[in-house]
Design a protein around this ligand. Structure first.
Ligand code: MEV
Length: 568
């Protein structure tokens, strides 16, 4: 089930709890799993693999803005590398303005391989297998299985000769499963019959991760405006050509694609090693390892991209059912078939590829990325004052620029007018460079060309060249919105906020007044009572003292106490 709005405006500005609150389509279990910091308890982890000593949590984030086949999708990524989700969302947003992505997927057909050795005649064995194909398929599908009841099961058996080996491919429709178990079981089951039919010896019977019968495709078309202009498109085409022609570049290019595909696979509990293996094997299917995507420009000058790769993914069985966070991620996506999941992964891979290429072609040291800007207002000058100004740049703190070459000479302007100077990094040695500190100095030159060339606080300005990559590629984060005027803003402390809220409550105020009244009353009554008690105590003592005097039994200490009381 796609969502109504995949934009989730301002999503990145929220904290994780507030972001989860926007995922209103999630069950309480899914929300709990997402908030649990990994979601896997030790007992479950211990059941999954051997020799468990702990678990490893990865951040799960959501790529927004995706429109795929006309529907809006929120796509979960589990990945440790920053900027992947931002780049995918950025391209999804650009693509959404041109209609989004389209996908198509093959039937969920997996390949089970049976390796037959020592076959007396491979052509004869092949004919026998072909003649027996229907009965073999019937035998394979004659088992109680939900997958087969739902229309899955073995569909074809193919024979290949690889060196001196006969290799059988069982083509099995695994419906919404990834299918490894079903395919391996079938290959195991049929092995004795294959030996009997071929006269050979079966060795391996195992699924192939080159799921070439289970391809997913995605395509996208972007206008020059949507992607950043015709120059950017031209750069992307050249970058794509590089990846198609050179395996060294293709490996990195495809890694960028898998940044999305594997991250979604991992989030959704898929066997991402199988996905990676299939993708890279497919990239080399022609005999030369090449790009998984292709990019071209159409007649209208729009950028067109497409991708095709095997995607063996499932939404039933495996970790997608066992791991609570994987279940939650499948809930976030809300796909209703493995094919739909594969299509979404292909579209996200294509978006990721475009995001990487766009960033790479627009970011190099000769592009207008790192720049400095200084501005000033021309001062009032008397008639004999300077006519022109020279601009200098220095990295040293000097007191004079007398022997330096100026950046600009002969600058002038009307008093009170604004003036500015921009400088952009270039490949040249004398250009400005990243993370360096520069002083720009304006020196007045008089009518006859004289100057003292002195650097003063008033005529110099220091600037550091910071990395402007992200402000160039993605819009800088918007500042947090100001608090609405009628709702007081308490800052980051919820405790303080709650206290201030309570101050506004009538009952809180009443309780406060009662407390103050009781406190003030006590302040007056307690000293009075103490005083009264002391007076009474004194009286009793005096009485006792008098009696003791009368009886002649009073000690010196008691006399002293008596005097103390007197002066108290
Ligand atoms: C980094 O994770 C992925 C990239 O290297 C992909 C590419 O070069 O196309 C940026």
């Amino acid at each position: 089930m796609p969502v109504d709005d995949s934009c989730l405006s301002g999503f990145y500005r929220l904290d994780p709890e507030a972001r989860r609150a926007l995922l209103t389509h999630l069950s309480p279990e899914a929300l709990e799993a997402l908030s649990s910091g990994g979601g896997l308890d030790e007992a479950s982890a211990d059941r999954m693999i051997e020799n468990v000593v702990g678990s490893l949590a990865l951040p799960v984030g959501i790529a927004t803005h995706f429109i795929i086949d006309g529907k809006q999708w929120l796509i979960p990524f589990a990945v440790e590398e920053s900027s992947i989700i931002a780049a995918a969302s950025n391209i999804a947003k650009r693509a959404a303005s041109c209609g989004g992505f389209s996908t198509s997927c093959d039937e969920p057909l997996m390949i089970g391989q049976i390796q037959v050795l020592d076959v007396p005649s491979i052509p004869e064995a092949t004919s026998v297998i072909q003649a027996e194909e229907a009965s073999l398929i019937e035998f394979l599908n004659d088992i109680p299985s939900t997958m087969i009841q739902l229309g899955g099961g073995c569909k074809r058996i193919e024979c290949r000769q690889v060196e001196d080996m006969l290799i059988l491919h069982l083509i099995v429709d695994v419906r919404d499963a990834m299918g490894a178990n079903a395919v391996n079981t079938m290959a195991e089951r049929i092995a004795p019959r294959i030996e009997a039919l071929t006269g050979g010896r079966v060795l391996l019977r195992i699924l192939s991760n080159l799921a070439s019968e289970r391809l997913a495709r995605a395509s996208v078309r972007l206008s020059p405006d949507a992607i950043g202009g015709e120059d950017v498109i031209a750069g992307i085409i050249d970058a794509a050509r590089f990846a198609e022609a050179d395996p060294y570049r293709a490996a990195t290019h495809n890694k960028g694609i898998m940044n999305a595909i594997s991250a979604i696979g991992l989030a959704c509990g898929q066997d991402w090693r199988a996905i990676e293996a299939g993708a890279h094997a497919w990239a080399a299917i022609s005999g030369q390892y090449s790009s998984l995507s292709t990019w071209s420009i159409d007649d209208e000058g729009w950028l067109c991209g497409s991708i095709e790769l095997p995607l063996a993914v499932g939404i039933v069985g495996g970790a997608s059912k066992v791991h609570p966070v994987a279940r939650a991620c499948l809930e976030i996506l809300g796909v209703d078939s493995a094919q739909q999941l594969a299509g979404i992964m292909a579209a996200a891979g294509l978006a990721q590829n475009l995001g990487a290429m766009r960033a790479l072609v627009t970011f190099d040291n000769n592009s207008k990325l790192h720049s400095t800007r200084i501005s000033w207002i021309w001062p009032e000058i008397d008639e004999e004052g300077p006519l022109i100004w020279n601009l200098y740049r220095t990295q040293l703190t000097v007191s004079s620029v007398n022997f330096m070459a100026p950046l600009r000479t002969g600058l002038s302007g009307e008093a009170g007018e604004d003036a500015w100077f921009n400088e952009t990094e270039s490949g040249l040695r004398e250009s400005i460079h990243l993370e360096q500190y520069y002083y720009y100095v304006l020196i007045p030159i008089d009518v006859v060309g004289n100057s003292d060339y002195l650097v003063r606080p008033g005529n110099s300005r220091g600037i550091v060249v910071h990395d402007q990559y992200w402000s160039y590629h993605f819009p800088p984060p918007e500042p947090p919105p100001p608090p609405p005027p009628d709702v007081p803003y308490y800052g980051p402390s919820p405790w303080y906020g709650r206290l201030l809220d309570d101050f506004g409550m009538g009952r809180f105020q009443q309780a406060g007044m009662v407390f103050i009244a009781v406190f003030l009353t006590n302040l007056m009554l307690v000293p009075m009572m103490i005083n009264k008690y002391r007076v009474k105590k004194r009286k009793v003592r005096r009485e006792k003292a008098r009696k003791a005097k009368r009886d002649g039994t009073m000690s010196t200490d008691e006399f002293a106490d008596d005097f103390d009381d007197f002066f108290d």
